[in-house]
Ligand binder design. Structure first.
Ligand SMILES: [Zn+2]
Length: 580
């Protein structure tokens, strides 16, 4: 017998009313349909009970008692009616920028997010190490530089994770919340072999007067040395478990798709293995589980040829794993991290940092970046460039305008301090503004006026400019560097107030740059799908698209009340993959 169709009635089914890739504008209000008919993996119709397809489906189930709010009943062998009880249905969220493997691994790390001081961090690490006597090393996350204003050294973490059986201190590795730095104890520095590490361009290895590493590795040094080490020591089994943990967390949050922004060999191998295991178990009847598009991370190199070699690997994978072959797990392009972040004073700025006069410089020079972008674009790959500071943003927009075909939907990640002129160029060149509103949370920006000077803070997170100038918007979370809940992201995007720490009462950040609620929802669904060429399949609730959607409880259409809403069900391909 064929799978019955499912008719959802009495709902508020979101319709942005705009084409993917165009901005809805600040003031647009969505419309809501009451019914949606899903057959197999697809949406067959969205509309009202009087529409012919809905009426026919209702007639086919005329004997049914729809069973009240949220209930379901088998009306006929061919149609199931689900009364939504007035609840809202949104397209499945697509995270426009996140890190799947790091998120999955982070879910299993000690979270230091609640600590305020070095002493609290030490106590948390000690307790966690004692609770995990078998762990070969202790991994933690969520350290913020503001918790340790005096700076940190390896010795600050020594003696907290002693193995009772051997009496030896175990390695401790602590990620900064932004993932741009790792802080290690002495045992970890030794295990990493960091004494032998040479400096890398764009990287920081903090050293003592004798030149020995003191335990903190940032930016390119973190990416070049620490991440590959952690990827190496993680077994395939652990990595597959990380993928599974991240996917489950994403289902619960309301995501049906995601864009991984730093894919590498270890992550890709784990994804393939995860898919194989899922298929072998066969419990899900071939459900894709998550629609994944990946950008291959290009690491900075001394020689351009070495960077181009990495691009060739991405070209090869994109050829093998593309929209035509594996539409739910693709390599779509390359990612280049062109600068750091403002809080670590590593974002590339036009004027020096205000507090110490240092100049932030991009991690990539134009001379290195241009051939990489040109080659990737020629090969048909999408190009995603991380740029946070105004100098880096100006440079990467120049490079994209010159070397990337706008039809391939090139993109800039983060765009935290963009000039008016560059905001305009995003629009004229159809460069996707890939933005993560959770990074604009006022609770984590308290240092900005001191670091940048008040005058520059006025350009922080200029989302309104990007949208009004015509840049396609894709919303993302950058998880695990920021909370991944899409409703929290929408709240910051539309109110510019704090989602992380609302009680602190921080002033909203440049509220005139806020997005409208309809606009933000569209950017978090069809906008993100558009950014990776998946808008012909997903991102909206429309006839012929995949039945990827979420049922949301307690959602008033009001930006100030959006965080009171909760995701109650997540559906992918017409199958409920998660519910409360
Ligand atoms: Zn990122």
């Amino acid at each position: 017998m064929a799978t019955p169709a499912i008719l959802f009635t009495n709902g508020r089914i979101f319709q942005s009313g705009v084409e993917p890739g165009t901005s809805a504008g600040l003031h647009r209000e969505p419309t809501f349909a009451s019914c949606m008919l899903v057959r197999g993996s697809q949406i067959e119709h969205v509309g009202s009970p009087s529409d012919a397809p809905i009426a026919a489906a209702l007639a086919a189930s005329s004997s049914s008692d729809s069973g009240g709010s949220g209930g379901s009943s088998t009306a006929s062998p061919t149609t199931i009616v689900r009364d939504l009880g007035g609840r809202t249905v949104l397209p499945g969220f697509v995270d426009g920028h996140m890190h799947l493997m790091l998120l999955g691994q982070a879910l299993n790390k000690l979270d230091l997010g609640g600590c305020r001081t070095l002493e609290e961090i030490q106590a948390a690490v000690r307790a966690h190490a004692a609770a995990h006597p078998e762990a070969p090393r202790i991994l933690a996350r969520g350290w913020m530089h503001s918790m340790t204003p005096g700076g940190v050294r390896a010795a600050d973490l020594d003696g907290l994770a002693v193995d009772e059986r051997t009496g030896r201190d175990r390695p401790v590795l602590v990620d900064s919340k932004d993932l741009h730095s790792t802080w290690c104890n002495t045992a970890a520095v030794a295990e990493l072999g960091a004494d032998a590490w040479a400096d890398v361009p764009g990287g920081i290895i903090e050293r003592d007067a004798e030149g020995r590493p003191t335990g903190v590795f940032s930016e390119a040094a973190n990416m070049t040395y620490v991440w590959p080490f952690l990827a190496r020591v993680a077994t395939l089994e652990e990595r597959v478990a990380a993928v599974e943990a991240a996917v489950r967390a994403y289902h619960a949050a309301g995501y049906t798709g995601l864009i991984d922004m730093a894919m590498d060999e270890g992550g890709w191998e784990a994804l393939q293995a995860w898919q194989r295991e899922k298929a072998k178990k066969g419990e899900d009847g071939g459900n894709p589980g998550m629609r994944i598009a990946a950008y291959w991370l290009i690491r900075p190199c001394e020689r351009v040829e070495d960077a181009l070699q990495q691009v060739e690997r991405a070209v090869q994978l994109a050829g093998e794993f593309g929209a035509a072959t594996t539409p739910d797990c693709r390599v779509v392009g390359i990612k280049v991290i062109c600068d750091g972040i403002v809080d670590a004073c590593t974002a590339g700025l036009k004027e020096p940092y205000a507090h110490d006069g240092r100049v932030g410089v991009p991690l990539w020079t134009r001379e290195h970046l241009e051939p990489v972008v040109r080659r990737a674009d020629e090969a048909g790959l999408q190009v995603a460039l991380h740029a946070i500071g105004d100098a880096t943003i100006a440079m990467v927009v120049d490079v994209l305008v010159r070397h990337a075909n706008p039809n391939r939907r090139p993109r800039v990640e983060h765009l935290e301090l963009a000039s008016e002129e560059d905001a305009a160029r995003l629009g004229t060149s159809r460069i996707t503004a890939s933005i993560q509103p959770v990074h604009a949370d006022p609770a984590i920006l308290r240092a900005w006026p001191r670091l940048l000077g008040e005058h520059r803070c006025g350009r922080a997170f200029a989302y309104r400019d990007f949208a009004d100038r015509g840049a396609p918007l894709a919303l993302g979370s950058d998880a695990p560097t920021a909370p991944h809940a899409p409703l929290g992201n929408l709240y910051v995007a539309t109110t510019r107030r704090s989602y992380r720490d609302p009680a602190a009462g921080d002033a909203p950040v440049n509220p005139h740059f806020a997005l409208g609620l309809c606009e933000a929802v569209a950017a978090a669904t069809e906008g993100a799908a558009y950014s990776c060429f998946d808008d012909h399949r997903v991102g909206a609730l429309r006839k012929g698209l995949k039945a990827d959607f979420v049922v949301v409880d307690n959602m008033e259409w009001d930006k100030d009340k959006i965080t009171a809403a909760t995701v109650a069900e997540t559906w992918i391909d017409g199958v409920k993959v998660w519910s409360t």
